[in-house]
Structures are given as structure tokens and as C-alpha cells.
Design a protein around this ligand. Structure first.
Ligand SMILES: Cc1cc2nc3c(=O)[nH]c(=O)nc-3n(C[C@H](O)[C@H](O)[C@H](O)COP(=O)(O)OP(=O)(O)OC[C@H]3O[C@@H](n4cnc5c(N)ncnc54)[C@H](O)[C@@H]3O)c2cc1C
Length: 700
């Protein structure tokens, strides 16, 4: 016998039952007002099982919760008894915890018992007792909940150190199972979602338990008490019924604000750079009532994408790319063309009511120690404006500061030379010879577009590159969390982001390697063809693939959307070696090879974001803050020591009131929340004692 028990409306569930995906003997929906909806959905699902037959197996229990609880309990006992006697599985979709606990002796009670002990030990401020609940080799990743930092404590001792510093002030407590999320038990690891509070914030997280103790813990701030976002039932009214004193319409109010901000009123935050990062953060701050100006030198929001090479589409699929508050509509393409994402960002900037200054460049900034504020010089379309924010965010792009190599002879070359970020695309180069130096994402995309436009193109590969086919990456890397299937399984974007965040970086390679082992086996022929074509491949230092390379060095890979086949077929020519010199009509490699060129494209990547600080503030401050990005994994381009988190991203830096924001669309969406929380707390004067401010080991 199969019994399906669903608490709440289970909107997808009736469709699955009636389409035969799940075929229970009995189905019980426990809900109140949702029961009617559930049945209506069942009726409209086009059931191959006649509804009459199916409905005989359904039990709906309307009535007040207390009553429903009693009935459910009786019913569950009946079902579990039947289930036991017939040795058939009873499936509980969405549990009703009190009832579930009575029946399930394996998961929730274990978690609840541990949480009860944790709450008691926290209330007693007994760090020794708290530590007994953690494994010796545990990980606690905190996103601004207790540490006012983004910090992973690795091992029992590090957890103890953090608690000694933060416990008295943060006063975390009231840890409980998340009301809407299931507990899972797989391979001896129980995974549970939790909620809790600190003295100033409501928080959530995830706990993985092994052998009855905490193995990994993620704690993440949700909202500051008393400063909740006006969302959902708390959304603003919009209409102004009666008089509110100033009598301004929405439009007039917007105009007034635009005229005042930066002139008679100073913003609390200035964000340098209005790409997707600056825009997402700006939207979060707006929601939180933190006055901010985004300064963008381009003419229009979205130009940072529009100005990239013509053929570019996002490499990540739509489910991974949503911006905060406003997801892409369901007709949005899987891979967004660059001009389309540009338009979306422009629209988003408008509807989110951001103070977004276009044609504006930050030319200089310094921190005034006396007033504890920044002085930020802006050239606003020819007008000199001096802003005085308390906080300064660099959202200037981790793929923004072009790395242009210095080769002897660059001055004698008679053709064109461009960094990949300035390469417009193939137009005008038909029939010509182009050499692209580099073999990562941009190099491949640019070569493919040139090749398809009848350009004679050669890619120069200096060192090995990790390649993963886009389909394989989506199937094995992203689909479980970011896909239509994930959504159908109840994994919202927020839940997917938190799940992603829940794996500490120290053990992330263990999670990633099997993914890339599978891909490597599945795509063995593809890799073999590439190797035969002379392409030097790698799978990451420890064969952990693309995402680890991205985190460690932000480069060294290509997500294949077709260029690899052109390399295999010899349509994109390949040369392996280092450039020794640029000549009048081409380039010379260290093995003596000469490659003729009308255009040289340097697809040589981007520099660390603190380079922007050197340009805008000064070198001293850039060095004080140090390298941005990378984990300290001691792999190529990510020198040690181990940091445990991305350097300087979304968290306090060694320079007071200076922050970095950026990353891909997923990171920008997720971590803009945590950065916004830190800024909001400071604006509200909430104490934010930072634990574990990172040391600086590298200047850039
Ligand atoms: C070829 C390519 C493909 C990519 N594909 C993807 C993908 O598929 N999915 C994904 O998630 N990510 C992708 N990325 C990575 C990343 O998401 C993008 O680089 C993205 O543009 C980063 O957004 P950002 O806001 O951090 O920086 P940017 O988009 O670079 O924006 C920074 C902004 O700062 C402005 N600026 C800089 N200095 C100043 C100043 N002094 N004053 C005023 N304004 C200033 C610039 O004009 C620019 O608009 C890709 C990157 C590249 C290069």
C-alpha cells in the first residue's frame, strides 16, 4: 500500500497523483482553507484515474487546526499501521511536525533533541557544552548572523573561539526546525533547515548532522528586528489617501529625491559601478531605506553587458541568474543574450526606483578620518559633484579591470590590438587574419564568432584550460538546484542559494569532484577529440572542475557552447606556446612560430578588484585591503595561506567603511542581501562587532 500524506495545499501534488506519477492507495491532504483548492486542482488535472475512484482514497480534514491535528494523528496511526503490516512505504510529503515526530523515530526527533540541547547551552552561555554538540572536524559558516562577517569556523576550537568573542553580544537562541522545509537523511547525514534569533536579528540556516553531532552549520541573517523590509503583507500602500502633509505625487516625490540626493542630502552609501552587482545591491538598500547613489560611467544601465562582444550570451542558465525581488518571467530564454540582459537591468533600475547616475565617473575618493566619511569626487556628465557618504562600495566588476600584457613590439604592430573587453565582435574583419591570445571563455566565444564570420582565426593557448560542455554542466552541476525540475521539487531560488552556501569551501572540492568525474566519463569522446586536436586540457588542480576554478582564480575555463567543436574540426586554428614578441605584422611564439595578424585580441583576463582602489583612492589603501577574490587554496593563481572564504567579498575589509561587491549573477543576488544587512545595521547604529576580520597576505 502506498499512502501519500500532504499537509497544506500541495499544489503540484494532485497533478502528480492523478497523472499517475505517484499512485497511492490512499491520499490524505491535511489543510484548512487549502483543501478546497487541492480538490479543485485535482479535478482540473485531467486525471487518467477517474476522480471518483481517486477521491474515494482521499481524506480531507477541514476544521480548526486543533481538530485537524487530532484527526490527522488518528489517521496517520492508521496508515502507518497499515503501512507496517503490508511492508509498504508511507510517503509523507510536507510534514506536520508534531504528528510526524510521533511516527518517525529517526530524523526530526534527533534534530529536535540536539536543538533543545543547543538552546539550553546557549541560554546558559556554556561554550564547553555547545562544543560537545559539534564534531571535532566541524564547520560553521556564518553569513553575518553572529560574526558580522562572512566567516567559516573550521574545527571545534575555531567554533569555540568565535563563540567566546560573540556569544555574549549576539545572544543567539530559539533554534528550531524550519517550519516549511523537510529534514532529509542520506548516507548517514541528516540535513535539517533551521531558524533562530540573535539579539538584533532573525536568522535561518542549515545543519548537517553525522553521528548525532553537528558536522556543518550554516547561519545566515534574514532580517534585522524592527527594520523588516516592507514586503508582502507589509508592502507600501502606494496611493496616498487623504493628506500626508507634503501633497506630492509619487512622480513628484521621485523628482524631489533625485534633485536632493547628492546635493542637499548626502547618501549613506555610494556604490561605484552600476553593473548587475551595483544594481542588485542598490535594490536591496532601497528596500531597506538606506539612501544610496549608484555612480555609473556608462550612458545607460545595462551597458556593461551591451558593450561586450556581439555574440555573447550568458553562460549560466536563467534559473541561476534572477535578480533580487523580480525574477525573470517564465518565457525568458535559458541563456540570455547580452543585449537582452542589458535591457532587463535598465528596466530593473527604473522599477526598483534606484538613484542611478549615468554618464558619471568616480574620479577620486578618500576617507576623511576626522568626519569618518568618504569624500567621493564624481564627474557627472561634465558637472563636478563631491559626495560624502559614510560607506563606499566598489562594484566595479571582478571582470572589469582588464589585464593587458606587455609584449615587446606592441608599438610596432601595424594592425589593431584590443583587450577582449574592448573587442566589438567580428564585423569589419571578414577575410582578415585574427590572433586571439588566451584560451578561456572570452577567447573561445570571440574565436567562434570570428570563425563563423569567415575570419581566419588562430587561438594561442599558453597553458591548459578546463572545458565543460554547457549541457553537462547544467545536467550534473546546476540542475539539482537551479532548473524547472528543482522548482517543481519545491527548491525555490532562495532555498537553492542557501543550499549552495551551506557547503563550506574547505569541503566543497569533495562535493564538486564527483560531479566532474561523471562529466569526464560521460564526455570522454569529446575530451579525447579535443586532446587529439592539440588542445591542452585540465580538470582543475585536484580535478574538482569549473566552480572551484572560478572561486579560486576566477579564470582558467571555458563553458563549451560550440567553440570546442570548431577547434576539433580545425576551423579555429590552435597554436600552443608563449608569445615572445609582437612584430610589425603579427606575433612570434617562443618556439619560433610566426602568426600573421590584422588584429590581435588579448583575451588575457582581468586583475584583482583592489586595482580599482589603487586607481580611485590610492595604492596604500589598495595594499592595505589586499587582493580581492580567491580562497587561498595554494593552487595556481590562488596563493595560500588558506582563507576559508573569498577574500574581501561582501564583508568588512581592513579599510574602514570600504566594501567590495560583485561576482556572477547568483552570487550578486545572494550576497547583496548580506552586504545590505551590514550596511543597514551600521546606518541604524546597531552594534556590529566583527569577528575574524581577515588578514592581508597578498597585495593584488
Ligand atoms: C565574457 C563574460 C561572460 C560572462 N558570463 C556570465 C554569465 O553567464 N553569468 C554570470 O553570472 N556571470 C557572467 N560573467 C561574470 C559577471 O557576471 C560579469 O562580469 C558581470 O558583468 C559582473 O557584474 P558587475 O556588476 O560585478 O561588474 P560589471 O558588469 O563589470 O560592472 C561594473 C561597472 O562599473 C563601472 N565603473 C567602473 N569604474 C567606474 C568608475 N570609476 N566610475 C563609475 N563607474 C565605474 C563600469 O562602467 C561597469 O558598468 C561573465 C563575464 C564575462 C567577462
Amino acid at each position: 500500500m502506498r499512502v501519500i500524506i500532504s499537509v497544506t495545499a500541495a499544489t503540484n501534488y494532485p497533478k502528480k497523483v492523478l497523472s499517475g506519477d505517484i499512485n497511492p492507495d490512499f491520499s490524505l491532504w491535511l489543510g484548512l482553507k487549502d483543501i478546497g483548492l487541492g480538490l479543485a486542482l485535482a479535478q482540473s488535472a485531467g486525471a487518467p484515474i477517474p476522480l471518483g475512484a481517486a477521491s474515494q482514497k482521499m481524506f480531507a480534514l477541514p476544521g480548526p487546526w486543533g481538530r485537524a491535528h487530532q484527526d490527522c494523528t488518528a489517521m496517520l496511526h492508521l496508515f502507518s499501521d497499515l503501512s507496517r503490516r503490508t511492508s509498504q512505504k508511507m510517503i509523507l510529503t510536507r510534514h506536520f511536525r508534531g504528528v510526524y515526530d510521533m511516527l518517525d523515530t529517526t530524523k526530526e526527533p534527533k534534530v529536535n533533541a540536539l536543538l533543545a540541547k543547543l538552546n539550553q547551552a546557549l541560554a546558559d552561555q556554556r561554550i564547553d557544552q555547545i562544543l560537545t554538540l559539534f564534531l571535532k572536524d566541524c564547520y560553521w559558516r556564518d553569513l553575518v548572523a553572529l560574526t558580522w562577517n562572512i566567516k567559516t569556523m573550521e574545527g571545534n576550537a575555531a567554533v569555540g573561539e568565535m563563540l567566546s568573542a560573540q556569544l555574549a553580544n549576539a545572544k543567539p537562541g530559539n533554534f528550531m526546525l524550519h517550519a516549511d522545509r523537510d529534514v532529509s537523511d542520506e548516507d548517514g547525514v541528516i540535513t535539517a533547515w533551521i531558524t533562530f534569533e540573535t539579539s538584533v536579528a532573525r536568522c535561518e540556516g542549515q545543519m548537517r548532522m553525522k553521528d548525532g553531532k553537528i558536522w556543518t552549520l550554516l547561519t545566515s541573517i534574514v532580517e534585522l528586528k524592527g527594520h523588516e523590509e516592507p514586503l508582502g503583507i507589509n508592502r507600501p500602500s502606494g496611493a496616498k489617501h487623504g493628506s500626508d502633509g507634503n501633497g506630492l505625487t509619487w512622480k513628484e516625490q521621485q523628482k524631489k529625491e533625485r534633485a536632493e540626493q547628492g546635493y542637499t542630502e548626502q547618501p549613506y552609501v555610494v556604490i561605484i559601478g552600476g553593473g548587475q552587482g551595483g544594481i542588485a545591491l542598490g535594490a536591496r538598500l532601497r528596500q531597506l531605506g538606506v539612501p544610496a547613489i549608484i555612480v555609473e560611467r556608462n550612458e545607460r544601465a545595462g551597458d556593461s553587458w551591451r558593450k561586450r562582444y556581439k555574440s555573447l550570451c550568458l553562460h549560466d542558465p536563467v534559473w541561476y541568474d534572477h535578480l533580487p525581488y523580480l525574477p525573470f518571467p517564465s518565457n525568458w530564454p535559458v541563456f540570455t543574450p547580452k543585449d537582452k540582459i542589458g535591457d532587463w537591468l535598465e528596466m530593473y533600475t527604473k522599477v526598483m526606483e534606484l538613484n542611478y547616475w549615468t554618464r558619471s565617473s568616480v574620479t577620486k575618493a578618500y576617507f576623511d578620518e576626522a568626519t569618518q566619511e568618504w569624500v567621493v569626487d564624481v564627474d557627472r556628465d561634465g558637472e563636478k559633484v563631491s559626495l560624502r557618504p559614510k560607506q563606499l562600495v566598489f562594484a566595479t566588476g571582478m571582470s572589469g579591470k582588464a589585464n593587458v600584457p606587455n609584449f615587446p613590439g606592441q608599438d610596432v604592430f601595424t594592425g589593431d590590438q584590443q583587450h577582449s573587453s574592448a573587442h566589438p565582435g567580428p564585423d569589419g574583419y571578414e577575410g582578415k587574419k585574427v590572433v586571439v591570445i588566451g584560451s578561456n571563455n572570452s577567447a573561445h566565444d570571440i574565436c567562434a564568432a570570428l570563425c563563423e564570420n569567415n575570419v581566419d582565426v588562430t587561438m594561442v593557448q599558453r597553458s591548459s584550460t578546463h572545458i565543460v560542455r554547457s549541457e553537462s554542466l547544467i545536467e550534473h552541476g546546476l540542475k539539482p538546484l537551479y532548473s524547472e525540475e528543482a522548482l517543481a521539487n519545491g527548491i525555490t531560488t532562495e532555498l537553492a542559494d542557501l543550499t549552495f552556501a551551506s557547503v563550506p569551501y574547505a569541503i566543497l572540492p569533495d562535493f564538486q569532484k564527483p560531479v566532474y568525474d561523471t562529466i569526464r566519463a560521460q564526455d570522454a569522446d569529446f575530451y579525447s577529440d579535443l586532446a587529439t586536436a592539440g588542445f591542452e586540457l585540465d580538470y582543475g588542480t585536484d580535478e574538482t572542475g569549473l566552480f572551484m576554478k572560478y572561486l579560486r582564480r576566477g579564470s582558467g575555463y571555458y563553458i563549451d557552447i560550440g567553440a570546442s567543436q570548431l577547434v576539433i574540426d580545425g576551423k579555429i586554428k590552435l597554436s600552443n606556446g608563449r608569445v615572445s614578441a609582437i612584430t610589425e605584422d603579427g606575433i612570434q611564439l617562443d618556439d619560433g612560430t610566426n602568426l600573421e595578424a590584422d588584429l590581435i585580441v588579448y583575451a588575457t583576463g582581468y586583475g584583482s578588484m583592489n586595482g580599482w582602489v589603487a586607481d580611485i583612492v590610492d595604492k596604500k589603501t589598495a595594499d592595505k585591503v589586499g587582493k580581492v577574490w580567491g580562497l587561498g587554496s595554494d593552487t595556481p593563481k590562488d596563493p595560500g595561506p588558506w582563507e576559508g572564504e573569498l577574500r574581501n567579498m561582501w564583508k568588512p575589509t581592513q579599510q574602514e567603511a570600504l566594501w567590495f561587491h560583485g561576482g556572477n549573477l547568483h552570487q550578486s543576488r545572494h550576497y547583496s542581501h548580506h552586504l545590505a544587512m551590514q550596511l543597514k545595521a551600521r546606518m541604524e547604529g546597531i552594534p556590529t562587532p566583527v569577528f575574524g576580520l581577515q588578514d592581508v597576505h597578498h597585495t593584488g
